[in-house]
Design a protein around this ligand. Sequence first.
Ligand code: SF4
Ligand code: SF4
Length: 459
Amino acid sequence: MNIQGGQVLDTIILFMGIVILVLFIYSSIISVSEREKKASIKFFIFGIIISITYFIVGFYGVDYYNIVRMILLFIPILVLLIYFLPFRFHRQFQKSIPNGQIDERNIMFSRNELKEGTDKYNKYYLKNPELKEIDISWRTNPGLLSQKASNYNAAAFMASRASFFTVAGLKSKIDGDVSEDKIVFKVDEVTNFLKNWSKKLGAFDIGITELRDYHTYSYRGRKEAYNDKVELKHKYAIALTVEMDIDMVNSGPLAPIVMESAQKYMDSGAIAVQIAAFIRNLGYPALAHIDGNYQVICPLVARDAGLGDIGRMGLLMTPKLGPRVRIAVVTTDLPLLVDETGHDPSMLEFCTNCKKCAINCPSNSISFVDREDINGVKRWQINQETCFDLWTKTGTDCGRCMSVCPYSHPNNTLHNIVRFGIKNSSIFSKVALQLDDVIYGKNPAVKPPLKWMDIEPNN
Ligand code: SF4
Ligand code: SF4
């Protein structure tokens, strides 16, 4: 290569070194703001080492100068190709459609409400004898928000109780009289109004689907509605998500996680109640589905409303916040535009390769294998009994799976760049998974509660 050509390449190498340094320092600073000290140090060190290599070659040259120069030029080009070229091997990661309804009486929150010696208790275990022994074992544990639980924290547990108390107060507002004076708007305009207003009220995202049979429970399983057959005939379902604070989630399974969950049940519930009331004021029936008062399976509704997919941990995985959301739903007959956005299989693909939640689950409740055919539906199923057993020991709803999930990183430019690559390229998806392990660790540490939360009673 002539001298002039070599100088041009050296200038390009120096420029690449500067770009790499800036990107890594930016990532390091962002990580400090995310309370990710180890990640910040790693970004800083990697940035210095890689960029110095570029600067040395760009300024001074080394032995085998041309080969080294070509390698340094080739690596960033390769990274860009992997990132931008849409290599997608997604075909097997299609959305699965349940072929039946779920009975709410079988979920853990419902079984937790059964009191020994009561008619309900006896009838349930007569019908499901195989569950009796399993349930007896966690019934002897201290219980959710119990003072005897291992992760008891007086302030956080009392705050959580306060949030659950408040959301319980919304129960009387989930339904109501429908105005006799109908107000009719254009479908697209009222849909747009609802979406924007929900976000103004605090929703992170909102989507609309037609209500399908498998969205609803077959029978209800909570409190006074126990044994009621679900006869919900609304045409549409509006699903909304609210963001859970990352600092609170990253403390799971310590007390902040349950405080945050309770708060977000409250926030999502309040928005759903307001939306349902608004729709009834327009002259259409509408019902809010909020904590303890669900007739629908929120993650399935939210998935079909285009808000995400059901991941390995059995929760809704959203593109920008991963599982770090709480969901509420409003069902209604108000004509609305549905979000039939098509299915993005990249999250199911990532989940298939990842397994980080399964590795870190303290009760080994999450499957390590690929999606399986369960009652004719391809999906992952967590062991809800062992998961709940842990909750009743710690007193919190754990959330460790949520906190370690690579999709749970904050919704900022740094992580959204990675999310775009995961969606765009199956090859980058695998690279991103390895990078997440290198930067954040395969077993990220549980973060201590924020300082202001760390208070002890005097008595
Ligand atoms: S941790 Fe990994 S496997 Fe688990 S839900 Fe998140 S992306 Fe999927
Ligand atoms: S909440 Fe905790 S125990 Fe339950 S599946 Fe997630 S990590 Fe496992």
